[in-house]
Design a protein around this ligand. Structure first.
Ligand code: GDP
Ligand code: IMO
Ligand code: MG
Length: 424
């Protein structure tokens, strides 16, 4: 068996949580491979809405094992809050959720450092989620991190103190004042709580599962445009959000990757700072935000909105080796007269379809216009009901990218999901 990977092709919030939840019945295991509580993955079913941050989105489907892989950074405090809430909803997290011993921990001082680095950047700030993601990954790469498996070791407190001292020196050099006494207590309580969970060598578990013919879905967080190597650097997150990240974040060999589901919104959004060529500052942008309810799942921050960017989408498809596309939130544009897709960039007078080194101010989007379908699609259940203009929209995307659209999502609910027949 192979690991299928589902990941975002834009700047995050594409709707990954919803689709992972929908696809989970086809799989035995669901695993997160990178990111941490910077993610906010929304699931809607039976009139119930749930936002998940570190817990994989397969957790609500019966009898499925969910794994937090080695590539994830885990904040014990937020993990505790999230799982305690799930317990009140009768989700048996302790039996269904396994955690890699190699997942790095987010320390209280990582959160403080995140805030201090942002403050020091002034106008150039990244607009991080403030969850300590960058500092935690920095410690991992510089070999100063604490891992989930360390919590069982006798010298855990010593390791913690050594890491904290390093952070304190940095914070002092930044003249950043803070008080972590309470946070630290909460953190150590949460460490005790974590000990109830199954801490495993997840790379062995996952590879043994593959040998036993178990099927696995890997759930990406963030999106390709936020990847630390290929995104709009430095306005990115601190992990590899792309398909290759699933190999390192789970311990899966490239030959064991199967389908790569690339998920995108029928338009585009971004939270935080950084370039966004197709961003709309007019009424249309406001309409997308309002109808799409484009406010952060965790922070509530308004998301910046714009037209679909095919140049960036094709680049993301290339980097990830996407085999199937999943298009979300087209319903948000159900009553638009005209819909635009950016099909090329104009850079200093030259038209190009190639994604440039930098998305700076010189990058001007060039658009192809489409007639809106002007039909409420939210109750549709089959592609046979699709209006002609909508078919034209997806056919154009399929032709341009060379990748079939496999699923169209027409609303936030689990049920508002339409699987398409092979359109080749
Ligand atoms: P994720 O981070 O990729 O899991 O996405 P988020 O949960 O952060 O953001 C997606 C938002 O869009 C959530 O509020 C979802 O409930 C909502 N959503 C998902 N799919 C659809 C859809 O097809 N139509 C509409 N209108 N909303 C959707
Ligand atoms: P999901 O999984 C959207 C953005 C932040 C910021 C940048 C760096 O829900 O799609 P970080 O806290 O990671 O250091 O912030 O990345 N960002 C996201 N934007 N969706 C996410 O996750 C994001 N996770 C991080 O807004 O611009
Ligand atoms: Mg999100």
């Amino acid at each position: 068996m192979k690991v299928d990977v589902l990941l975002g092709l834009q700047w995050g919030d594409e709707g990954k949580g919803k689709v992972v939840d929908v696809l989970t019945p086809q799989y035995d295991l669901v695993a997160r491979f990178q990111g941490g509580p910077n993610a906010g993955h929304t699931l809607v079913f039976n009139g119930h809405k749930q936002v998940l941050r570190s817990v994989p989105s397969g957790i609500f489907q019966d009898d499925k094992i969910n794994i937090i892989g080695n590539g994830v950074v885990l904040d014990p405090i937020l993990f505790r809050k999230e799982t305690e809430e799930l317990k009140t909803k009768n989700v048996n997290v302790v039996t269904k959720l396994y955690i890699s011993k190699k997942a790095n921990l987010i320390l209280p001082t990582h959160r403080i450092l995140d805030a201090a680095y942002e403050a020091a950047k002034g106008d150039g700030k990244i607009g991080t989620t403030g969850k300590g993601i960058g500092p935690a990954y920095t410690d991992k790469i510089s070999r100063n991190g604490l891992r989930a498996g360390d919590i069982l070791a006798a010298d855990f407190h010593d390791k913690y103190s050594a890491a904290k001292s390093k952070h304190e020196r940095i914070l002092a050099s930044l003249n950043y004042s803070y008080d972590i006494a309470e946070l630290e207590k909460e953190w150590f309580d949460a460490i005790e709580y974590l000990k109830d969970f199954k801490l495993i060598d997840s790379e062995n578990f996952i590879n043994n599962a593959l040998k036993d013919n178990k099927s696995i879905l890997a759930e990406g967080a963030q999106g390709t445009m936020l990847d630390v190597d290929f995104g709009s650097y430095p306005f990115v997150t601190s992990s590899n959000t792309v398909c290759a990240g699933a190999c390192t974040g789970m311990g899966v060999a490239p030959k064991n990757i199967g389908e790569v589901y690339g998920i995108f919104k029928a338009y585009c959004t971004r939270v935080g700072s950084g370039p966004f060529p197709t961003e709309l500052f007019d009424e249309t942008g406001e309409e997308l935000r309002k109808k799409g309810n484009e406010f952060g799942a965790v922070t509530g921050r308004p998301r910046r909105c714009g037209w679909l960017d095919l140049v960036a989408l094709k680049y993301a498809i290339m980097i990830n080796g996407v085999t199937k596309l999943i298009m979300m939130k087209s319903d948000v544009m159900d009553d638009f007269d005209v819909i635009k897709i950016c099909t090329s960039y104009n850079i200093n007078g030259n038209t190009t379809e190639e994604f440039p080194y930098e998305l700076n101010d010189a990058v001007v989007p060039e658009y192809t216009e489409f007639q809106g379908w002007k039909t409420d699609m939210t109750a549709m259940t089959s592609e046979n009901e699709f209006p002609e203009e909508f078919n034209d929209y997806i056919s154009f995307i399929e032709e341009e990218t060379g990748v079939p659209v496999y699923i169209v999502s027409v609303g936030p609910d689990r049920e508002q999901t339409i699987k398409l027949e092979d359109r080749d």
